[in-house]
Design a protein around this ligand. Structure first.
Ligand code: 2HA
Ligand code: ZN
Length: 275
């Protein structure tokens, strides 16, 4: 099968375009990565390019040794992915030590994988371990409303989780484990990758203050849906705060406990603090 026609490549392209249409990917903003299944690698192996040179990942991901990833390219625009995917995205292979990678397909006009490759791969490494291999997608976007909130809410996991849960009844069902937040850091390197992957031990959502959001999930629909739900909730919160600094009524801690019981989910009590 031609690589471009594979289901996982088509799903990746659609998700990138969905994100662009949401307005989350100005210029070259955002990045996306997908960890290929063994059978997907075998189905395309004969069509991969001859291995090129090994390049440093910029961090160490030993639990991803030998894995293949589909990733967006650094400097590439999400709005162009649907038009010319082979120029904008790449399949990379990680070496046996988890220290280096090489490009095996794509980026036909040259270029390198996303500048956030250390964060993507460190997140994948954590999620592969804590979900027993279930999670395969890591998505970073410049989600307008969530970014705006990082200027007015305390940068605390408990506050972001509780405030966003309150804005839509589905939220605690979609992200029952909550949301992690980190203060402003220089993007693109190992340090922010370490901090983000630490949050990914507990959460599927990590907010980078004044920058954007990372989401993790098992497939394209669930990961996009998670980002979309969090961002929509942030939009509602901004509308509410724009009308009035105080809510007249809301979903209470007691309501959340009732919801948890009926929907058979566990909502950690640390998010249900008294206000
Ligand atoms: O430009 O979003 O965080 C890509 C990015 C870097
Ligand atoms: Zn970014």
């Amino acid at each position: 099968m031609r690589i471009l026609e594979s289901k996982f490549v088509q799903g990746f392209i659609k998700m990138a375009d969905d994100g662009y249409k949401q307005g989350w990917h100005e210029r070259n903003g955002g990045n996306l990565s997908y960890r290929l299944k063994k059978e997907e690698v075998e189905a395309i192996r004969s069509r991969l390019n001859a291995p090129g040179e090994w390049l440093p990942v910029g961090t160490s991901v030993p639990e991803l040794a030998g894995e293949f990833f589909l990733v967006t390219g650094t400097g590439k625009y999400f709005r162009n992915i649907i038009v010319d995917p082979e120029a904008c995205i790449a399949i990379i292979e990680v070496d046996d030590a988890g220290e280096k990678y090489r490009i095996r397909w794509g980026l036909v006009e040259g270029g390198l994988p996303t500048s956030e490759l250390p964060t993507h791969l460190m997140n994948h490494e954590v999620k592969k371990r804590v979900t027993n291999g279930l999670h395969r997608v890591i998505y970073h976007a410049h989600t307008t409303n969530t970014i705006a909130l990082t200027f007015v809410l305390p940068l605390e996991d408990e506050v972001f989780t509780r405030e966003l849960w309150e804005m839509a009844t589905e939220c605690p069902i979609v992200f029952p484990n909550g949301i992690g937040v980190i203060g402003w850091m220089v993007p693109g390197g190992r340090e922010i990758a370490v901090e983000t992957s630490r949050l990914m031990e507990k959460y599927d959502v990590a907010v980078w203050a004044h920058h954007g959001m990372f989401c993790s999930g098992p497939d394209f629909d669930l990961t996009f849906g998670l980002m979309h739900t969090v961002e929509k909730s942030a939009e509602i919160l901004i509308k509410v705060l724009s009308m009035s600094p105080q809510k007249l009524q809301t979903i209470t801690a007691g309501n959340f406990r009732d919801l948890a019981k009926d929907f058979r989910i566990t909502l950690p009590e640390r998010f249900l603090y008294e206000k």
